[in-house]
Structure formats: structure tokens, C-alpha cells
Design a protein around this ligand. Structure first.
Ligand code: PEP
Length: 262
């Protein structure tokens, strides 16, 4: 199987990561996204998700119930419950209405010292709880300058992915750390190289399932560059930070998704 011939059935996903932004008033933006999806303004071939702060998950899930808008979380603990003050388990996120959780975001790796083995335990916890794991990987600027990008990606994939992931419950998000929140992006050729490498690794690890797993690109995606980035082979959608806070920007990015006619 060639990394350059992904299965045509891979549905693109545009996932917004609100990070530590948003009081209840911000739910109006999610409502606008929900209504646009309901009105058919975005192709039915594209999935759209918002990952709000934990405080808004239950409210957003209630608001999005029965609609095409999916609700995700930004992190979880690896245990189902216990004496871990301030932490939230994957089971609790599921109970609150989330269907997915981001694990291993570079801000968590940097701010909380999360190592690959912790990220892997969190991804396993997500699957245990019935959530989709969105596993983030990506190199720093220094690692790219040193020519280490693919080595870092390979190490993070081996260390962070769940053992028994499937295309239905495991998503990889390639997010170069230097592109997050900076306005900088890799060239389409650079994105293509890394995504093809990830595709090969997923096929090696998961066989046919790896061929169908979604690989998102993340890092300064906005309406003006979305079409170019989303057209790169093996890019099956985007993880969007800053631009996801505005409904119209998230919707414009979703509209830029190329969808198979089939
Ligand atoms: C992110 O943090 O996941 C992200 C992609 O951020 P931004 O789009 O703001 O670069």
C-alpha cells in the first residue's frame, strides 16, 4: 500500500481547539456553527467538532445534541477515577457528552511535562471510555532546523499511539510546535512529506486501519490558507486553534475541505 494513495473513504474532520478561551457567552459561536451545519452550509462529507474548555463541554453537548456538531475535550487523565485533584477522566468527559479528546497537545507536553508514555496512557484511556483519541505530535523549530523532524515524529508515534487503535477511534494531528499560534506554516511540500511519513507509520502499525485513519494538520490554519493545506495528500482535515474561536472562520475552513464525490 502506498502512503500516497489514502483510502477514498477518509472523511475530513475540522476540529476546533478553543484552549483556555471561552466563558458561557462564547457558546454563541458554537451555536452559529451548529446552525450552519443544520442549514446544510457545509458539505455532509465533512465532520466538524469543537473542543471547548472542560467547563463548557456539558453545556455545548446539550446545545449540539442531535446536530452535526461534535464536541470534544482537550485533555484527560489516564485513570477512570481516583484521588487526583483537578483532573478529569475520559469516562467523565464521555459522561458530559464529549465524543473525542485531544491528547499530547504540545502545550500540555510543554506546560505539564507530558512524555510520550503519558500521552499513550491517555490515548488508551480515551478508547477505554469510548472516546476518539486525537493524538498530537510535532517537532520544535530547533528540531526542524537540525533536520530531526521525521526522527521526532517517528519517536512520538511509537511512544504515543494506542496499541489497538482503529480508524474509528484514533486520529493523529501533526502540529509543528513552531507553527502553533505564530502565523507560520510549513510549505505544502513539507506538510506532504510529514503526512506521507505518518501514513506509512500508521499502515505499518495498524495495517488497513492505518490506511483509513485521519491525519489532521494543525498550526496557524486560517480561512486564507486552509484550501492549500487541506489539498495536500494525506491531510484529512485540520486541528484549528485561534481561528476556531470565530464561527465564521471555522466554517470558512470547513468549506475549504475537498470532499470525495463518492
Ligand atoms: C492548536 O493549538 O492546536 C493550534 C493548531 O493552534 P493555532 O491554530 O492557533 O496555531
Amino acid at each position: 500500500m502506498s502512503a500516497n494513495s489514502p483510502a477514498p473513504s477518509v472523511r475530513p474532520l475540522i476540529a476546533g481547539n478553543w484552549k483556555m478561551h471561552g466563558l458561557r457567552a462564547q457558546l454563541a459561536e458554537a451555536q452559529t456553527v451548529r446552525d450552519a451545519l443544520t442549514a446544510g452550509e457545509i458539505s455532509h462529507g465533512v465532520d466538524v467538532m469543537i473542543c471547548p474548555p472542560a467547563t463548557l463541554i456539558a453545556l455545548m453537548a446539550e446545545m449540539a445534541k442531535g446536530s452535526r456538531l461534535a464536541v470534544g475535550a482537550q485533555d484527560c487523565h489516564w485513570l477512570p477515577q481516583g484521588a487526583h485533584t483537578g483532573d478529569i477522566s475520559a469516562e467523565m468527559l464521555h459522561d458530559a457528552g464529549a465524543t473525542a479528546v485531544i491528547v499530547g497537545h504540545s502545550e500540555r507536553r510543554a506546560d505539564h511535562g507530558e512524555l510520550d508514555r503519558i500521552v499513550k496512557a491517555k490515548a488508551e484511556a480515551a478508547l477505554r471510555a469510548g472516546l476518539t483519541a486525537i493524538v498530537c505530535i510535532g517537532e520544535t523549530a530547533g528540531q526542524r532546523r537540525a533536520g530531526l523532524t521525521l526522527d521526532i515524529i517517528a519517536r512520538q508515534l511509537v511512544g504515543s499511539l494506542p496499541e489497538a487503535g482503529t480508524a474509528a477511534d484514533t486520529i493523529v494531528a501533526y502540529e509543528p510546535v513552531w507553527a502553533i499560534g505564530t502565523g507560520l506554516t510549513p510549505t505544502p511540500a513539507e506538510v506532504a512529506e510529514v503526512h506521507a511519513f505518518i501514513r506509512r507509520a500508521l499502515i505499518d502499525q495498524y495495517g488497513t486501519q492505518g490506511r483509513e485513519m485521519r491525519i489532521l494538520y494543525g498550526g496557524s490554519v486560517k480561512p486564507s490558507n486552509a484550501a492549500e493545506l487541506l489539498a495536500v495528500p494525506n491531510v484529512n482535515g485540520a486541528l484549528v486553534g485561534g481561528a476556531s474561536l470565530k464561527a465564521q472562520d471555522l466554517l470558512a475552513i470547513a468549506r475549504a475541505c475537498k470532499v470525495d464525490a463518492a
